[in-house]
Design a binder for this molecule. Structure first.
Ligand code: HEM
Ligand code: SF4
Length: 549
């Protein structure tokens, strides 16, 4: 894991002190609301429905146990005893007092964490694959590049006031677990015909009110040019992106309006002017890569008795099958902790759970925890021989719901419960859908179904790329929901298609159930939900949900 050097540490310390001074001046009335606004946004502080909301970065989703313990301490001391993991590998606290935030930032700095650039019109937390470094389908670990971009982009003077926020994701595996096609810039590690590893560069993806899938503007970029190429893209965007209309300000709109060819031409021209002055030193890549060396694995073989244990207890078997995945090192396995316990807000973790998970990470997984963009946690390096014991401990914490990748593993934004922009509630809808499944066999029979819920078209819950997407809409002060089918954020990224008119709050869970039933009736053997939707189209689902007329 990356360790701050003196530069990093000084920077976050000074930043925390600077924000303390700004907050004090605001509280004394020396800064107006309008003057304070950009300053607080630069430090991840929103003013929300009930209280300020503080967003803290978890770079590429990687947390050390001591960092998670600090988050527990913050939840306990300054908030209401819980935190909310988001779809962008951040954590949000919903109830800090404004006067406490400088203390929170100072405490975070002691464990090398911060809230810099977690909001505002700048380059946001760089996200990545939660299985980076341990998955079997990986070409190269993307995290060193995320860290390099983090350092390059942090407080970058030229890119602190972009037309709009800017999100970068990097994926190094064959499967895309970082939704690279739905980011302002998506980087996919690829090999060229000479067997060299570099980046495929995608630009202009994004969700929100105008969802668009990104386009490839460079099929292969040499590693040494990574920063100069990013700089060229951002310069073109900074110069030509719309600043007159917030809804047209994202780079996706610029790419769309100029067209891919013209946009690429402009980037290439800018790049030609700067590429030789901003080379990413290969030694620097090596230096950063050293922080991401594999932990000291033991020499083990895959554990055959595990299968016996699995057969012995059907609950363990279900957990093993759904909440763990293979590891590239023999004798190890990757474990997901489900933050989707029915009846609980998706993505929430209490302070005592945080402390316990930190302890489990120390005992079973080299002291590291990862946060997934689907709002779950991962212990990436668990010995297979420890799985049964670990499962018992996770169960006691309420984090062993065996539902990863199933219809109850729902991505969900805070909606009307916390967000002042919401049109409708989201968390109760997620809970309502989870309650359809009083029987796990039914859940497993449906297989891989991603349900994503947002309380408004800003799309924080990624509804447009859910296999089933649910979007809250306001109809004369009442909560209604629009349904889309067929979205995906994986390699085969696609935007969902609208099923039909929105349905009422009373009807939404019934409608989702009707969609499940249609799938069960129509699927071919072993056909996943998304494949069935793509094969048969909307019609059969519409007939079942809305009746024949
Ligand atoms: C509670 C306070 C929140 C507020 C006020 C808020 C506000 C917004 C706004 C205004 C947008 C639209 C941005 C645009 O169109 O460019 C947005 C997008 C987004 N937000 Fe939130 N959000 C909140 C919480 C969350 C949470 C809890 C999550 C994660 C669960 C989240 C993740 C996202 C994501 C992934 C997008 C999509 C951006 C894109 O790719 O275009 N937000 N949010
Ligand atoms: S999607 Fe809308 S309701 Fe949900 S958190 Fe984002 S802005 Fe709020």
């Amino acid at each position: 894991m990356y360790q701050y050097d003196n530069y990093d540490q000084t920077l976050v310390n000074e930043r925390a002190a600077q924000f303390r001074n700004q907050t004090e001046r605001f509280l004394k009335g020396e800064l107006s609301e309008a003057q304070f606004l950009p300053l607080r946004l630069m430090n991840g502080l929103y003013v929300q429905k009930h209280a300020p909301m503080l967003r803290i970065a978890i770079p590429y989703g990687l947390l050390a146990s001591r960092q998670l313990r600090m988050l527990a301490h913050i939840a306990r001391t300054y908030d209401k005893g819980y935190g909310h993991f988001t779809t962008r590998q951040n954590i949000q606290f919903n109830w800090p007092k404004l006067e406490d935030v400088p203390n929170v930032l100072a405490e975070l700095a002691t464990v090398q964490m911060h809230a810099i650039q977690t909001s505002g019109n700048c380059i946001r937390n760089v996200t990545s694959d939660h299985l980076a470094g341990v998955s079997q389908d990986e070409l190269e670990d993307p995290r060193p590049y995320c860290e390099i971009i983090r350092q390059w982009s942090t407080l970058h003077p030229e890119f602190s006031f972009l037309p709009r926020k800017f999100k970068i994701a990097i994926n190094g595996a064959a499967k895309d677990r970082a939704a690279t096609q739905l980011h302002d810039i998506g980087l996919q590690l690829v090999k060229n015909e000479r067997d060299e590893v570099g980046f495929e560069v995608l630009v202009g993806g994004g969700l929100g009110r105008t969802p668009i899938i990104g386009v490839t503007i460079r099929p292969f970029l040499e590693k040494k040019h990574l920063l100069s190429y990013l700089e060229a893209i951002l310069r073109v965007y900074n110069r030509y992106g719309r600043r007159d209309n917030k809804f047209k300000a994202r780079i996706k709109i610029l790419v769309k309006e100029l067209g891919k060819e013209k946009f690429t031409e402009m980037v290439e021209a800018e790049w030609a002017a700067i590429k030789d002055n901003l080379l990413l030193d290969l030694e620097e890549i090596e230096r950063i890569r050293k922080f991401f060396q594999p932990p000291p694995y033991e020499t083990l073989t895959d554990d055959p008795p595990l299968l016996e244990k699995t057969a012995h207890d059907s609950r363990f078997a279900a957990w093993f099958r759904h909440n763990t995945v293979p590891h590239k090192v023999p004798g190890y396995r990757v474990v997901f902790l489900s933050l989707k316990t029915p009846g609980k807000p998706p993505g929430d973790l209490t302070e005592s759970q945080m402390d316990s998970v930190a302890d489990l990470a120390d005992r079973y997984s080299f002291g590291e925890i990862r946060v997934t963009h689907t709002q779950n946690l991962v212990l990436a390096d668990v010995k297979q021989a420890d799985l049964l014991e670990l499962w018992q401990e996770i169960q006691a914490l309420g984090l062993a719901t065996p539902n990863i990748g199933t219809a109850t593993d729902i991505i969900c934004c805070p909606g009307l419960d916390f967000c002042s922009l919401a049109n409708a509630t989201s968390i109760p809808i997620a809970n309502g859908i989870q309650h359809i499944f009083d029987n796990l066999d039914y859940l497993y029979d449906l297989g891989d179904i991603r349900i994503n819920i947002s309380g408004c078209m800003n799309g924080c819950g990624h509804h447009t790329v859910g296999h089933i997407g649910i979007l809250g809409v306001d109809k004369k002060g009442e909560e209604w929901y629009q349904i889309t089918l067929g979205g995906s954020s994986g390699k085969d990224a696609s935007l969902g298609e609208r099923l039909g008119p929105s349905v009422s709050k009373e009807q939404i869970c019934l409608a989702v159930e009707a969609i499940f039933q249609t799938y069960r009736d129509q699927r071919l053997e072993d056909e996943a939900f998304l494949e069935t939707v793509r094969r048969i189209g909307m019609r059969p689902f519409q007939e079942r949900v809305y009746g024949d007329n």
